[in-house]
Design a protein around this ligand. Structure first.
Ligand code: GRG
Length: 304
């Protein structure tokens, strides 16, 4: 809901370039496929696994959107003609459907990481509803995340491309690495922009960059083009997390689908604080004292 689709925009140009509406039909196919992919035999596991794939709580689908657009860009032969901004082109349906599988796998890995993240953070809200751990307990939330990862792996293996398998398998390690870096920091690390950017690559950008690269590999593009796709996804992912971190300070519960100020209250130092610290070195003392004391949250906010 933070990136609303404006179906009734008055400007034709805006409509044509709205990335979400360009792939809206295909995104709904992916939504259906995801619901099929998460069907489990054991009823309790089934209801846990399908929790965030139901209509209305499917999130922004940012990653699948980017990946479908990446497919459109990379499956077309390079000509001097302007990009048609249309799906299909010379793309074979077989290639396109293999790339749709990447979009589904990526979204499934993403949701699995959200389920585990909410357990680690003891979060009570996600996407505007009770988090799965809050509604069904930590144990089922962990198991549902594991289940989604397994289903993602099976689909990944079915693509029979070992390079793509290792790229996305590595991403899971990166998610774990980023999360571990976030929860085990020295005071110097917490105040370092370099550490923040490295953590952000692992936590957020790696999934987007490596899945973009996977799209390029399936398209049969050269290693150089695959690297450009990776770089594009990496920068987009870093930008996405920077915006997410700003929104944590500026957003409302309604726009965020969870409470605001959750990072700082958990003692997680993000870009807005790091930038403010460059301008106001005295803020570092507050950061070092920590944010268990809510007064310190308010004092830090004064500097933003
Ligand atoms: C089990 C794969 C796995 C990982 C375990 C917990 C963990 C390690 C990693 C957590 C990584 C994490 C939560 C990163 C944050 C990524 C992020 C920007 C989430 C918000 O994404 P949006 O805004 O969410 O795209 P929606 O709800 O729209 O899908």
């Amino acid at each position: 809901s933070r990136y609303q689709i404006h179906h009734h925009s008055s400007s034709l140009v805006e409509d044509e370039l709205d990335p979400f509406s360009l792939v809206a039909d295909e995104l709904s196919l992916i939504g259906n496929k995801l619901r099929e992919m998460v069907v489990a035999e054991v009823p309790k596991l089934a209801s846990a696994a399908e929790y965030f794939f139901k209509m209305g709580v499917e999130g922004k689908r940012f990653r699948p959107t980017v990946l479908l657009l990446m497919s459109t860009a990379l499956n077309l032969p390079i000509t001097n003609a302007p990009p048609p901004f249309e799906l299909g082109g010379t793309t074979t349906t077989d290639l396109r459907s293999r790339q749709q599988r990447i979009a589904e796998i990526t979204e499934m890995i993403h949701v699995a990481s959200l389920l585990h993240d909410d357990v680690l953070d003891d979060a009570d809200t996600r996407r505007g509803i009770g988090s799965l751990n809050f509604v069904m307990g930590n144990k089922l939330a962990v198991l549902a995340g594991d289940f989604l990862l397994s289903r993602a792996c099976v689909t990944l293996a079915s693509l029979k491309n070992t390079e793509v398998v290792s790229l996305l398998a590595k991403v899971v390690e990166h998610l774990v690495t980023g999360e571990t870096m976030q929860m085990t920091t020295t005071s110097d690390q917490r105040c370092s922009m370099e550490y923040y950017m490295e953590k952000t690559y692992y936590k957020t950008a790696s999934l987007i960059s490596n899945s973009c690269k996977a799209i390029a590999i399936l398209a049969g593009q050269t290693a150089e083009v695959a690297m450009f796709a990776f770089e594009y996804g990496k920068n987009l992912g870093l930008a996405f997390q920077l915006i997410d971190d700003v929104l944590d300070f500026t957003g409302t519960s309604a726009s965020l689908g969870k409470g605001s100020l959750s990072d700082i209250r958990h003692g997680i130092i993000t870009a807005p604080i790091l930038f403010a610290m460059e301008e106001f070195p005295q803020l570092r003392e507050i950061v070092e004292e920590g944010f268990e004391n809510p007064d310190n949250v308010n004092i830090a906010l004064e500097y933003l």
